[in-house]
Ligand binder design. Structure first.
Ligand code: GDP
Length: 326
């Protein structure tokens, strides 16, 4: 039996083992663990909310691990503490991880001002989202200045990360030739800052071109009232040569400072809280539905829809009518 009160106290003293245990607790799907996790997050609530939450996305190979290692070390060298969490959709499907946690970020992993948590596995994306949010809250209570939430650029995971981050950074690699990389419009729209990585050596000219292309695309794509002039921004970095970090960090801080002053920062967090409340209700309703007797009706009707006996809309209307009778 876990003593939640004690665990909460230890987290507030930044005890690393307690931090790991707490995150393991929120990742557990056992019912008793879930209740304890909710209790824990509630106890820590007052001490959460102080960190800057940075979402970072990019397709495999753009240099996320290398960049987080370099950028994380750059931040800790300035006296800031950094927690790295990951939302990895691959681990939910195959049990394997695109983010390949174990071998990554050796330097940062040894840094006493950093904490790296491998991504949770074996769960559907909705569950991963909730657990990651809870893990963010725990890291905040432990006093980390920055919480970096990393994800691979596939599927729904960017949306999840952008809905729990204060700012969203998209990492790209230099494109060969003059084609824009296949970055989906939706992801571009989420990005506050695009960092074109690998701006070093032979790749530098291509990086400069790619950066200019994206700067242009961003200008066409988005101008929101949450953005000051010059944002969303595109800039060059090299995780290997460790260049551009200062400028990238300055842009992040400038954006946050501006949004705080304009009131957008808090509004965004409040909207995110509402978004997650509604998501949790939806997930909960689906879970209740999956357990309920009506599940059998859904299966039977699904079979009839499959056979062509019943129209999908008619079948759905019948199920919904049954639900509203109960
Ligand atoms: P991830 O899959 O996005 O986490 O990418 P990795 O960090 O594993 O990097 C993929 C490859 O790109 C590795 O071979 C890195 O050495 C290389 N790489 C990462 N950052 C840079 C960089 O700034 N410059 C160059 N030239 N290569 C880089």
């Amino acid at each position: 039996m876990i003593d939640v009160e004690k665990l909460a106290e230890k987290i507030l003293t930044q005890d690393r083992r307690a931090l790991s245990r707490a995150i393991t607790l929120v990742e557990s799907s056992r019912k008793d663990h879930r209740a304890q996790a909710v209790d824990l997050v509630q106890r820590l609530h007052q001490d959460s909310g102080q960190s800057l939450r940075i979402g970072l996305s990019g397709t495999p190979g753009v240099g996320k691990s290398t960049f987080i290692e370099t950028f994380g070390s750059f931040l800790t060298a300035q006296g800031l503490s950094v927690a790295v969490l990951a939302v990895d959709p691959s681990s939910t499907r195959s049990g394997g991880s695109i983010l390949g946690d174990k071998t990554r970020m050796n330097r940062l992993a040894r840094d006493p001002k950093a904490f790296i948590r491998p991504s949770p596995s074996q769960s559907h994306l909705g569950g991963v989202a909730r657990r990651t949010r809870e893990a963010v809250a725990i890291c905040e209570a432990a006093g980390f200045d920055i919480v970096l939430i990393e994800t691979v650029g596939v599927g729904q995971s960017e949306t999840i990360v952008s809905e729990m981050a204060d700012l969203f950074v998209l990492l790209l690699a230099p494109a060969g030739g003059d084609e824009l990389q296949g970055v989906k419009r939706g992801i571009m729209e989420m990005a506050d800052i695009i960092l074109v990585n690998k701006a070093d050596g032979d790749l530098k000219p291509a990086a400069v071109r790619t950066c200019a292309d994206y700067a242009g695309a961003l200008r066409l794509l988005r101008k929101r009232e949450q953005d000051p002039d010059h944002f969303p921004a595109a800039m060059l970095v090299s995780a290997v040569a460790e260049t551009g970090l200062e400028q990238a960090w300055k842009s992040m801080r400038d954006l946050v400072k501006w949004r705080k002053k304009a009131g957008h920062f808090q509004i965004k967090r409040a909207s995110q809280a509402r978004f997650w409340f509604e998501e949790d209700v939806k997930q909960g309703v689906l879970a209740v539905l999956a357990q309920s007797e009506i599940q059998q009706d859904i299966q039977k009707m699904g079979e009839r829809v499959f056979q062509g006996d019943l129209l999908p809309t008619v079948a759905a209307a019948e199920i919904l009518a049954k639900l509203s009778q109960d």
